[in-house]
Design a protein. Structure first.
Length: 363
């Protein structure tokens, strides 16, 4: 699965770290790296030109860093020892330290406010096709096609764009009084993508690209603009609600904080892949977005821990389960039900949707 290199303009951040502005020079470098396939890094030449002694030192340092990362991962998974403010700010072991208290209180209140906003702004997207003349499979094909479209624009779009587009489409079908058929699905899907990319991407896909390349001139500029107006008015411009990806990222941050460990990154990627799989299946939309995020995350944890063959695997999984319930405030029975449905879907996805292959192709 490709790593997301784009920043979302509307995506919620559960991190309490302040964001820094990029200089014009930095932006220029980023643009050059995005659009030039010949752009190469010169930093690697410095390493290659090291003397033998320096090379040995670098090798030792890298070995120590790898060992430290592994130890941190073991601490986090056994049994969910989370990084705290004291470790992050390096202010010693004194709990009465004024800087420690200040950072701890800020982190605590920020997380409380952020968590509450996720719960308050939650939008249920189920039963979206109950009064539409669109079948479950037709919707699944549209979701799969959206993956294909954004996959071809992966340098400028992100996973957040995909989840936003599908959420807007489902919410529109749910809220619309007018009944739509399969003939309308293509235009609604394209317009949902157009709204999502403008909302989530810095370098969003231009309207002319949707007309000429994506729709292949099936729809005109005025067609897409008119449908955009209809969608926004139907939803009363409520299009920035949290998606299942927002909930997943919040759970991940609450459990692991900010961490670039490759193993943890793979767990997150696996969770996102499972969430995309769930969005294909209309029956899975009967669960709210937070519950779907919980089940995708827990399945990834269970899968990873079981492959490690740990003697206390069940204890570790239970620790994560309890932590997820604490974060999401969702009933245990509801999470278990969604988790069971998710496991069934993972096992039967290729059988149920043999013609939908874009999820696998655009990893």
């Amino acid at each position: 699965m490709k790593q997301n290199k784009n920043w979302s303009r509307s995506r919620r951040s559960s991190s309490t770290k302040p964001k820094t502005k990029k200089t014009n020079q930095g932006k220029k470098r980023k643009n050059n790296s995005n659009y030039s396939s010949r752009n190469t890094s010169t930093e690697s030449h410095d390493v290659d030109g090291c003397q033998p002694d320096e090379g040995k030192i670098l090798k030792i340092i890298r070995g120590l860093e790898a060992e430290e990362e592994f130890q941190v991962l073991c601490l986090k998974l056994n049994p969910l020892n989370l990084e705290n403010v004291e470790q992050e700010f390096g202010i010693g072991q004194d709990p009465d330290h004024p800087e420690f208290k200040k950072c701890f209180q800020y982190n605590k209140y920020y997380q409380q406010e952020f968590q509450q906003s996720l719960i308050d702004e939650n939008v249920f997207l189920g039963n979206s096709l109950s009064h539409q003349k669109i079948s479950d499979f037709q919707r699944a094909r549209m979701v799969d096609w959206i993956i294909s479209v954004f996959g071809k624009y992966s340098k400028t779009t992100s996973d957040a764009t995909f989840f936003r587009a599908v959420s807007i489409m489902d919410f529109f079908f749910q809220q619309s009084i007018k009944q739509y058929s399969y003939n309308d699905l293509h235009l609604i899907g394209i317009t949902s993508m157009f709204i999502a990319t403008k909302l989530e991407d810095i370098y969003f896909i231009q309207l002319r690209q949707f007309v000429t390349k994506i729709s292949r001139n099936k729809f005109s500029t005025s067609d897409i603009k008119e449908m955009e107006k209809t969608i926004l008015e139907t939803l009363n411009f409520k299009i920035t609600f949290p998606t299942s990806l927002d909930y997943l990222q919040n759970i991940f941050y609450q459990c692991f904080n900010l961490n670039d460990n490759p193993t943890l990154t793979n767990i997150l990627k696996t969770s996102i892949y499972i969430l995309k799989m769930c969005l294909h299946d209309y029956s899975m939309t009967s669960f709210n977005s937070y519950t779907l995020a919980c089940s995708a995350f827990l399945y990834s944890i269970k899968d990873f821990v079981s492959k490690m063959n740990l003697f206390n695997a069940e204890f570790i999984i239970n620790q994560f389960f309890n932590k997820v319930m604490e974060i999401s405030q969702i009933d245990q029975i509801q999470i278990e039900l969604c988790l069971n449905k998710t496991e069934d879907l993972i096992c039967s996805f290729k059988i149920k949707y043999p013609q939908l292959y874009n999820l696998q192709e655009f990893l």
